[in-house]
Design a protein around this ligand. Structure first.
Ligand SMILES: Cc1cc2nc3c(=O)[nH]c(=O)nc-3n(C[C@H](O)[C@H](O)[C@H](O)COP(=O)(O)OP(=O)(O)OC[C@H]3O[C@@H](n4cnc5c(N)ncnc54)[C@H](O)[C@@H]3O)c2cc1C
Length: 427
């Protein structure tokens, strides 16, 4: 059995087959399983990249029937039952499968706006988070070195375009970085004067939550000093500006901002198009693959698509859907290899929604239960620690959170350039 992608979906499919008589090959283009829900804390210097990612090999070290390949799946031949993979050194080879689970997830979508893609950083990968961190930290450093307020202003203005929880979490964390962690460390500038513009086309923040929780979140954001602009679209981003267009009046405003962050949408990774073409199925919203009730691809009962890349009954692109989907595909395959012919339908159990707004303040909604403030924050923390992979990461994250609460410092502020050319381009 071959699994493509070691995110929440792929990892859970592999683990479900731990005790089955199958040999599992897990292919990922990276070496680590990434806990995307805490990417924004890595981007804003609270957590290290090591705290939110765990080596895939380490996670599967005790699973004797599993092996791991670091390579990118680029094509598939469903008749020959082979997947083409490209290794790190760009050499290509083919891998055979009897059953295939595709869990390759999504990537940031710029909706064809190349200009925006060039200047606004998305937040989907570790590279994104580290680029955002570099941009944020470098902006404060640049501002400190400039002589007058007019020159500093664009460096200290941060646009955040989006609509989902990540967008709010990122904006809140940038303000907390400026007002709590950096506040006493600069001499020429006052980091608290930095502006964070939260830009969204809808009429309230966090529309996936109930209106009352959304209002509470808005009040907390106002208290933090985040400037929320609703009913607007970001229509252009350049090196030092962000263009905002009001949806109703079409009036355009250009704000001088050296940093614009982009969390407004996702689309399927390129492998989805190869898969759709090879098996002759449609790509639905954002390029996700249409699947049948047991999460297999129509006409190909041996190929399953789970997680964000699967378009199943409009389920949201969240970790729990991917985890449950991965386990389901693993269970169906385990049944088939042990002689069963049953192919049960996938039923998603919705465990709720949570978003971090500020320190000691998060919102959580599960069934009729709605939590906010400290209680919501505590529940949010417990859930995230429970789902973080590896005991070491869990312990380390709790200790870092506690230290940050007590001291207001953020230690993960080192920035790297890779090489000098990158350094010049990326600030
Ligand atoms: C910033 C952010 C915050 C989020 N916050 C939350 C939250 O608070 N709660 C929540 O429930 N969900 C949250 N999500 C969504 C959640 O992370 C996703 O729904 C979940 O990761 C989807 O799991 P997946 O297995 O489908 O894909 P992913 O976790 O994205 O994993 C896909 C894997 O496939 C690999 N891959 C991609 N293409 C290839 C290829 N061609 N060949 C080989 N490997 C490949 C990638 O390297 C990756 O490891 C958040 C997402 C982001 C980006």
């Amino acid at each position: 059995m071959v699994i493509i992608g070691a995110g929440f979906g792929g990892l859970n499919a592999a683990r479900r087959l731990r005790n089955s008589d199958v040999s599992v090959t897990l292919i990922d283009r990276g070496t680590s399983h990434l806990f995307q829900p805490l990417l924004y804390q890595c981007a804003t210097g609270l957590l290290s990249e090591g705290s939110i990612s765990t080596p895939i090999r380490h996670l599967l070290r005790r699973q004797r029937n599993a092996e791991v390949y670091c390579a990118e799946a680029t094509d598939i031949d469903p008749d020959a039952k082979t997947v083409t993979i490209t290794r790190i050194d760009s050499t290509v080879c083919e891998i055979d499968y009897d059953y295939l689970v595709v869990a390759a997830g999504m990537r940031t979508a710029y909706h064809g706006n190349e200009h925006v893609a060039q200047h606004a950083i998305g937040m989907k990968t570790l590279d994104d988070a580290l680029s955002i961190r570099r941009k944020l930290i470098a902006s404060f450093e640049m501002a400190e070195s400039l002589p007058d307020a007019e020159q500093r202003a664009p460096w200290l203005t941060f646009g955040v375009a989006g609509g989902g929880p990540t967008w709010v979490e990122l904006a809140g964390q940038i303000r907390e970085l400026a007002t709590l962690a950096l506040e006493r460390e600069f001499r020429s500038i006052d980091p608290r004067e930095s502006r964070v513009l939260l830009l969204h086309g809808g009429d309230r923040v966090l529309p996936s939550f109930s209106p009352s929780l959304s209002q509470r979140a808005q009040r907390t954001l106002d208290d933090l000093g985040v400037e929320t602009r609703l009913g607007v679209h970001v229509t252009d981003v350049t090196e030092d500006t962000v263009e905002i267009t009001a949806k109703a009046s079409k009036e355009k405003t250009t704000v001088a901002a050296r940093t614009t962050l982009w969390t407004t949408g996702v689309e399927a990774v390129p492998f989805a198009a190869s898969l759709a073409k090879a098996v002759g199925v449609d790509q639905e919203r954002g390029g996700a693959i249409a699947v049948t009730d047991d999460l297999s691809v129509p006409g190909h009962p041996e190929i399953f698509v789970v997680g964000d890349m699967s378009a199943y009954r409009n389920l949201p692109g969240v970790a729990e859907v991917a985890m449950q989907g991965g386990r389901h595909a693993g269970a169906v395959i385990a049944g088939l290899v042990s002689g069963s012919t049953a192919r049960p339908a996938f039923h998603y159990r919705d465990l709720g929604n949570a978003a971090y707004i500020a320190r000691k303040n998060a919102i959580l909604e599960t069934g009729p239960i709605r939590l906010s403030g400290r209680l919501g924050w505590f529940a949010w923390g417990v859930i995230h620690i429970a789902f973080l992979a590896g005991i070491r990461n869990r312990t380390g994250t709790v200790v870092t959170w506690a230290a940050t609460l007590l001291t207001n410092t953020r230690r993960e502020r080192a920035i790297t350039y890779g090489d000098l050319q990158t350094a010049k381009r990326s600030i």
